[in-house]
Design a protein around this ligand. Structure first.
Ligand code: SAM
Length: 268
């Protein structure tokens, strides 16, 4: 399969799961975003974002889903936001939350690999978070797009699941007698897509007969090297023992394996 075939298959799967996610949590978000200043950003990323500067800045979020993180940054003082996501259903939710919050934002339904060149050199900050890069078959191409969207000296911010977690069984996986949650089950270096039809309802954790999804593991060195080769100077790289994914809460803070990371860079 080529990149487009993977991303279109994943688009169908995201369109399928978002109505399922809505049943679990969206009502609450609608109420929350009607309040001024509401933010879903946690107390790890918030001070880092405020420190690198979001106030009065133009922000792009890649793989923005329902836009709650971007809308939160507007509530924390950003000037405007543009969110890009491949899912038609996610963009519908983002547009609804935008109306409720009154934020100066636009949400664009597009494959990130096809973001139009009119957005080049437009943003002070490109923000990527939790459960985004595993959907992208080509990490180098993805970061080249992040880089072209940034103005010179613009900031790059990513808060993601740590690549090391993909070696371990997730919370919902059954363990064999000789396995424990730290048993290395999967290759860190595998380039084969992770193919599944078990569904992606990480919100309500419902099982359903799902459309096939294709996910990809990108190692830490691949992430760092492709940022460097795309003109992003790395300024901060933190690894954490807390889970950001809802899949590894059972080993959170055991301090054996890094479960998440934040990386900040600047376009040169
Ligand atoms: C888990 S969400 C990550 C966003 C946010 N951090 C969250 O937790 O909702 C993953 C998002 O990536 C989007 N996505 C997957 N592949 C994409 C692609 N090729 N282009 C744009 N968005 C994509 C999906 O539609 C989904 O909304």
């Amino acid at each position: 399969m080529n990149i487009k075939e993977y991303t279109e298959a994943n688009r169908a799967a995201w369109n399928e799961v978002i109505p399922i996610h809505r049943k679990s949590s969206k009502k609450n978000l609608k109420t929350e975003f009607s309040k001024k200043g509401f933010s879903v950003l946690d107390n790890i990323e918030t001070p880092i974002l405020l420190n690198i500067g979001i106030k009065n800045r133009k922000i792009a979020q890649l793989c923005c889903n329902d836009g709650r993180e971007l809308l939160s940054m507007i509530n924390l003082g950003a000037e405007s936001g543009t969110g890009f996501d491949i899912s038609d259903e996610a963009i519908k939710d983002a547009d609804n939350l935008k109306i409720i919050s009154g934020a100066k934002c636009e949400f664009i339904r597009t494959d990130v690999y096809e973001i139009e060149s009119k957005y080049n050199n437009s943003f002070d900050l490109v923000y990527i978070s939790i459960g985004a890069i595993n959907w992208l078959p080509d990490i180098d191409k993805f970061f080249s797009i992040a880089s072209r969207l940034l103005k010179k000296n613009g900031k790059f911010f990513i808060y993601e699941m740590h690549p090391a977690t993909f070696m371990l069984p997730a919370e919902n996986e059954e363990l064999k007698e000789d396995e424990d949650p730290f048993t290395i089950k999967y290759s860190y270096f595998s380039k084969d897509p992770w193919i599944s039809d078990e569904g992606i309802d990480y919100v309500g954790k419902r099982k359903y007969k799902a459309k096939t999804t294709y996910e990809f593991v990108h190692t830490t060195s691949e992430i760092i090297n492709s940022l460097i080769s795309n003109n992003i100077k790395i300024e901060l790289f933190n690894e954490y023992s807390h889970d950001v994914s809802t899949c590894f809460g059972h080993i959170e803070n055991d301090k054996k394996v890094p479960l998440s990371f934040i990386l900040v860079g600047q376009k040169e």
